[in-house]
Ligand binder design. Structure first.
Ligand code: BTN
Length: 266
């Protein structure tokens, strides 16, 4: 794995094999500067790294976002990726980022009292602005070989550290709380929530994940415009189905959208 700065191998305060919160983050690699934690953990995955390993970086030089976009990752953020090897088919994978969104929102609520809401498919919003993005990348030959959940939280920097166009739509934990957050403790809280969600996922209890997502949703009931690979879908976000796809009520009837860029309209 390429990266600058010190490398630590550190147990995340979790005793492997004993409590809940055991599987994910038992091995935690902390680096100063990386291109992308998703890229680093992909290299580890291809080398046979075990499920549950986490890579976290202080700064990313080439952070990746959804839909081939970049992700601004200045110092002070919480940028990390988790390696999973779920024993399921590729078609099940889209529920994992939904599960991760729920885990982040719950941890933000429990750990720092933030009222975090979810925007389909997997943005975490606070005060209507983006605080966290989630990027899932995977490799499969029918059966999933690995899944990488990359989680980016605008934690302890000021919004001025982001490029101009993002400053209107993004928000940081530090600005909401008016103080910095303990990032390692927040990550541990997220990993504990992820661990519980992942257990439910592996036990095929995905109905619970979708139900939790709906409870935290900011999207359902809103007027939305979704840019998909095949065109724009505009209407009212009516539901997400049991696969995690968004059902939009349009003037021509319901349209189900598997993936795309969703904007909440006023
Ligand atoms: C999005 O576009 O909303 C998803 C952003 C995901 C960013 C995180 S930061 C940690 C991990 N490493 C990356 O390169 N991307 C993800």
């Amino acid at each position: 794995m390429q990266g600058r700065g010190k490398v630590f191998y550190r147990a995340c305060g979790i005793r492997p094999g004993v409590d809940r919160g055991t599987r994910l983050g038992a091995k935690l690699l902390m680096l100063d500067v990386l291109e992308s934690t998703n890229q680093s953990i992909r290299e580890l995955a291809l080398d046979g790294e075990h499920e549950g390993t986490v890579v976290v970086a202080e700064e990313q030089r080439a952070g990746r976002g959804r839909l081939g976009r970049g992700w601004s990752s200045p110092r002070g953020g919480l940028w990390f990726s988790v390696l999973l090897r779920p024993p399921v088919a590729l078609s099940e994978a889209p529920k994992l980022p939904l599960m991760a969104g729920v885990a982040v929102a719950r941890a933000l609520k429990k750990h720092v009292g933030l009222d975090a809401r979810l925007k389909w498919p997997n943005d975490v919003l606070v005060q209507g602005k983006k605080l966290c993005g989630i990027l899932m990348e995977s490799r499969s030959d029918g059966r999933l070989e690995y899944v990488i959940l990359g989680i980016g939280i605008n934690a302890n920097f000021l919004i001025s550290a982001l490029p101009e166009p993002l400053r209107r739509t993004a928000i940081t934990v530090r600005e909401v709380l008016r103080r910095p957050v303990d990032r390692l403790a927040l990550m541990r809280a997220i990993l504990n929530e992820l661990d519980a969600g992942y257990s439910a996922f592996c036990a095929n209890d995905t109905g619970a994940i979708v139900a939790q997502w709906k409870e935290l949703s900011e999207t359902l009931g809103r007027k939305v415009r979704v840019e998909t690979a095949t065109g724009i879908v505009e209407g009212v976000a009516g539901d997400i189905d049991d696969r995690g796809a968004l059902v939009v009520r349009t003037p021509d009837g319901p349209v189900t959208v598997d993936s795309g860029d969703c904007v909440h309209l006023r």
